[in-house]
Design a protein around this ligand. Structure first.
Ligand code: GUN
Length: 281
């Protein structure tokens, strides 16, 4: 079997076109996203600039707040408070990781949950679990959209999530469970990973270990979603899955790059537009 390639770029583009229409319908309201970038981390700078460009292309107002890594936690919390009260801002994102002297929990909890377009606030995490209007974290929600686009219904399937981060692994399992999948969580300390992954109808690899998932780890016809963003010895971007091996055995697979990556920013735009719609109701 040769797998169908799940093309994240294409799905992201289609979703962005739909978002353009929704933005037009908002008429007098321009969706606004505030991004706070602290310090000089090169990866964070690149992500933030990609997020800003994506906003511009769609007609979302984006406000960048750059702060030195010497900023105090209380100064940062004050800025978040101002953004919570700013009517032109519908989404607030504080780019992670933060400098060591700033508490991530305090910062995330300071964001008004109705503007928490990352979906990291405990209120949104709770609503993801218990139901109710919430923002879902962008990467796992983007994966759900990719599955939907390819008519892959998680209902009754065994989904194995490899990774347990707050940003991807944990919410991923919950979203799949909400769609009636049977969910198993594995992670970097799981012994005998293969025992679990070989039973998976859907594998989500989100552990950050290059080529961890090989053909031996999957069963024939599995759907393989690769969230990994690693670099090989030549500095080339690669995932957690050995793509060339696994594509021979899987029924559908995401490449890296061009798979999950483009969906993450799209879902940030999606949440920002959704937030502006809620504010304009
Ligand atoms: N750092 C890496 N990924 C993310 C993300 O999705 N949101 C935020 N705020 N920071 C990140």
């Amino acid at each position: 079997m040769s797998a169908e390639i799940i093309d994240g770029k294409h799905i992201a583009q289609e979703m962005r076109e739909q978002l353009k229409d929704r933005i037009k319908q908002l008429k007098e309201v321009t969706p606004g996203l505030a991004v706070i970038l602290i310090g000089d981390n090169q990866a964070s700078k690149t992500y933030v600039s990609m997020k800003q460009k994506a906003c511009e292309n769609l007609g979302i107002y984006s406000k960048l707040i750059k702060l030195p890594d010497t900023v105090t936690e209380s100064a940062l919390l004050d800025i978040i408070q101002q953004l919570n009260n700013d009517q032109t801002i519908h989404g607030i994102l504080v780019q992670l990781p933060l400098p060591d002297h700033i508490g991530e929990t305090a910062v995330i909890e300071a964001i008004d949950p109705s503007k928490d377009v990352d979906g990291f606030h405990p209120i949104n995490i709770g609503r993801l679990q218990a139901g109710g209007e919430a923002f879902y974290p962008c990467t796992p929600n983007g994966i759900m959209k990719m599955l939907e686009f390819h008519h892959i219904d998680p209902k009754g399937k065994h989904a194995v999530v490899v990774g347990r981060s707050n940003i991807v692994g944990k919410p991923m399992g919950q979203l799949l469970l909400n769609e009636s999948a049977t969910v198993t969580y594995c992670h970097s300390k799981t012994s005998d990973l293969k025992t679990y992954t070989k039973q998976a109808d859907i594998i989500i690899a989100a552990v950050g270990i290059r080529n961890l998932i090989t053909a031996d780890h999957i069963k024939d016809g599995a759907v393989v979603i690769d969230v990994g963003m690693n670099r090989d010895d030549n500095g080339k971007l690669c995932g957690d899955v050995d793509f060339e091996q696994c594509r021979q055995k899987a029924s559908a697979i995401t490449p890296v790059p061009g798979g999950v990556g483009p969906m993450t920013i799209t879902m940030l735009l999606f949440n920002t537009v959704e937030s502006a719609e809620r504010f304009s109701r």
